[in-house]
Design a protein around this ligand. Structure first.
Ligand SMILES: Cc1cc2nc3c(=O)[nH]c(=O)nc-3n(C[C@H](O)[C@H](O)[C@H](O)COP(=O)(O)O)c2cc1C
Length: 217
């Protein structure tokens, strides 16, 4: 293994305070949005966003993820039809009562118009093992690694002035079939990206306070 000098610039505490509070302010305005306009976005922006996500740390640097960027309307339609099929089942039979009550506040149901309306769907797959030709090798901390990359992705989308929904129309095996993914990949998240429809509203939610979500020792 070769080593290189770390690129690092020390900030003074005023600058750190300013930057950390600006960043917090910025992240606080991120919301999950379920109504998308069909306005287009340059592909280069999406590529930058996905590249930011793929800079995430991962167990033994295995980078056990694949970001499939879907802009083809025919594929988006196929994904919507398959997702709505699963969500119809979820809402009708599979979600337990408690889950349905928890979902009530979001006003969601099985309709997923946004899967066709959003200009891009980013389908994030986890690679449960690595596959080079027919050779299988191990990946480590796959869920943790892909979860962190997903977080990077959502903040990069927000930073670019776009909106997204973290969507999980489970079971998501249909995404592996429609996008013809190799056998080591499992769908992790389905994330439409774009602009909100004019006049879009989001549910009023309460977030935990600092003392609820953190403890200083
Ligand atoms: C792992 C995960 C799965 C989610 N799945 C769905 C989903 O399938 N459909 C949906 O409408 N929202 C989904 N959400 C969005 C959450 O409902 C949303 O993040 C939460 O209500 C907080 O709202 P906010 O993102 O606006 O802060 C999911 C979020 C996460 C993190």
């Amino acid at each position: 293994m070769k080593f290189e000098k770390l690129k690092f610039a020390t900030l003074n505490s005023d600058e750190m305070l300013k930057r950390s509070s600006h960043y917090w302010e910025k992240l606080k305005s991120r919301r999950s949005v379920r109504e998308f306009s069909s306005e287009s976005i340059p592909l280069k922006v999406i590529k930058n966003i996905v590249s930011s996500a793929s800079s995430a740390p991962s167990g033994a640097n295995k980078q056990p993820w694949k970001f499939c960027i879907v802009k083809d309307p025919k594929l988006k339609k196929k994904i919507r039809v398959a997702a709505e099929f699963e969500e119809k089942e979820n809402y009708a039979h599979r979600f337990p009562e408690e889950w349905l009550i928890d979902l009530n506040q979001f006003g969601t149901d099985w309709h997923k118009d946004f899967l066709e309306e959003a200009p891009y769907l980013i389908v994030l797959f986890k690679q449960v093992y690595d596959l080079k030709g027919s050779k299988q090798t191990k990946n480590y901390y796959v869920n943790e690694s892909v979860g962190i990359a997903a977080g990077f992705l959502l903040t990069a989308i927000h930073n670019a002035g776009l909106i997204a929904l973290t969507h999980t129309p489970s079971p998501m095996g249909f995404l592996e079939k429609i996008l013809k993914r190799p056998k080591n990949e499992r769908a992790f998240l389905l994330i439409p990206v774009g602009y909100p429809k004019a006049g879009t509203e989001v549910p009023v939610l309460t977030k935990k306070t600092f003392n609820e979500f953190a403890k200083i020792y």
